[in-house]
Design a protein around this ligand. Sequence first.
Ligand code: SF4
Length: 248
Amino acid sequence: MKKSKIEWTEQTWNPSVGCSKVSAGCQNCYAEAMARRLKAMGTKGYENGFEFTAMPERLEQPLNIKRPTKFFVNSMSDLFHEEMPFAYLDAIFDIIERTPHHTYQILTKRERIMAEYFKDKILPKNVWLGVTVENSKTKYRIDYLRNINATIRFLSIEPLLDDIGSLDLEDIHWVIVGGESGVKARPMQSDWAINIKDQCKQQEVAFFFKQWGIWGADGVKRKKKDNGRSLNGKIYDEYPELIEEYFE
Ligand code: SF4
């Protein structure tokens, strides 16, 4: 397992790797590029490149970590991929239940499979469950998430690809927004992000602005780190636990 560079988590846990593209947000998938690179380097676990592969030998990794840790589950895949057997999902959730001192952040673009899997199940309390909403066309995923009884329900609006318009954030606890990275990144406009930030404030939902990516607020392409993380001159680093402080 690895420490993560993702701003809103601590470590990644990938009990499966590999995936396939389902919507516009997948176009420049970071995991795909990374998996191909790791395969070329002969890295263990990436023999199949970006093909979906269950990794049962990684299942027990969280059991060996005593310090309470926030894990992003499957940074290199989608936990609810079409080829993921429900029996293997059961084994993953068994580990999650047996490690209540950890927090597991799970994010999917496969809202229907997620809903089907949780239909008759009670989610462990240490799961934060999210869907990606990269544009106005994928807002429908929020309704699937809203109906699942997770402790924290969150949206990853990254890469933000268009003006998403109005958002119904009822029963949503946290929203993350970010622009795209990489040479083929598509630009994000600041008014699209500000619109979401304003709706989070109105609807009392924690808001986290992750990054601009490779296109800056001024519409100029430069190094990601030079574009920073400020939106309209302010850093937004809210987490769902902090929501009461944020709205004082
Ligand atoms: S769902 Fe995620 S991991 Fe899978 S192809 Fe799309 S962006 Fe990549």
